[in-house]
Design a protein around this ligand. Structure first.
Ligand code: ADP
Ligand code: ADP
Ligand code: ZN
Length: 217
């Protein structure tokens, strides 16, 4: 099964993808995570992407589709994939079709997480992750069960993203509205879009996604 989690920054895509990885043994391909790893490693892609990401703008279609293609090549064909944060433009959606077809894969579902814009800034400015395993947390909505200790790996160091500030979030939301939301009709025409209420609590959203995936078309 290959699915796209679509939604504005802070909608809960990463949180839900991490759950699907555990529950369904799928693989999460997050272009944001892969780009941050490239920035950290100082690769040529990372060097190009850094300033664009800090500004909250979109990295070029060629770069992100390139890293998705490389990531798909590392996976056994039967592994299910969750695309998290990709595609974000019409050109990327077109590339994804070609990348999947070339590997004998096809898209089963596009799950759109619907969230009020007011909630997004709140979610993003409270977001932090475990520095060792990447588990996502929130200052108010998802604290580690033992203060200062990661639930998943026991790590004690956490980090925040430089682009998770209110000003950059506004730019990222504008990019979403202008370039990403318009790709939904492409998938609607194929009858594979399901809308999920992203304002529910994390468990509620997971259940809604599960019920979409169980009702296989
Ligand atoms: P995205 O990957 O779409 O940018 P995240 O999954 O990183 O979003 O979620 C953004 C922040 O909101 C994180 O701090 C996460 O813990 C929190 N969060 C995710 N889903 C919910 C939810 N349903 N209710 C409340 N907070 C949530
Ligand atoms: P969020 O889910 O909070 O929007 P991501 O981690 O998905 O954040 O993305 C962080 C940044 O990485 C984006 O603001 C953008 O600069 C870059 N990026 C990630 N995915 C893509 C993509 N598919 N196309 C272009 N830029 C991307
Ligand atoms: Zn951890």
């Amino acid at each position: 099964m290959n699915i796209i989690l679509l939604g504005p920054p802070g909608a809960g895509k990463g949180t839900q993808a991490q759950r699907l990885v555990v529950q369904r043994a799928m693989v999460q391909l997050s272009t944001g995570d892969m780009l941050r790893a490239a920035v950290k490693a100082g690769t040529p892609v990372g060097l190009k992407a850094k300033a664009v990401m800090d500004a909250g703008e979109l990295v070029s279609d060629e770069i992100v589709s390139g890293i998705i293609g490389e990531a798909l090549d590392q996976l056994p064909p039967e592994t299910g994939v969750i695309f998290d944060g990709y595609p974000r433009t019409a050109a990327q959606a077109e590339s994804l079709d070609a990348l999947l077809a070339a590997r004998g894969r096809h898209l089963d579902h596009v799950v759109e997480l619907e969230v009020d814009e007011d909630a997004l800034v709140d979610r993003i400015t409270g977001r932090f992750t475990c520095a060792s395993c990447g588990e996502g947390y929130h200052d108010r909505y998802k604290r580690p069960s033992v203060e200062g200790v990661c639930d998943r790996c026991g790590g004690t160091e956490f980090k925040r993203r430089p682009d998770d500030n209110e000003e950059t979030v506004r730019t990222r939301m504008a990019e979403y509205r202008a370039k990403t939301a318009p790709i939904l009709p492409i998938y609607e025409a194929r009858g594979i879009v399901s809308r999920v209420d992203g304002m529910a609590d994390i468990d509620g959203v997971s259940e809604a996604i599960e019920s979409v995936l169980e009702h296989q078309v």
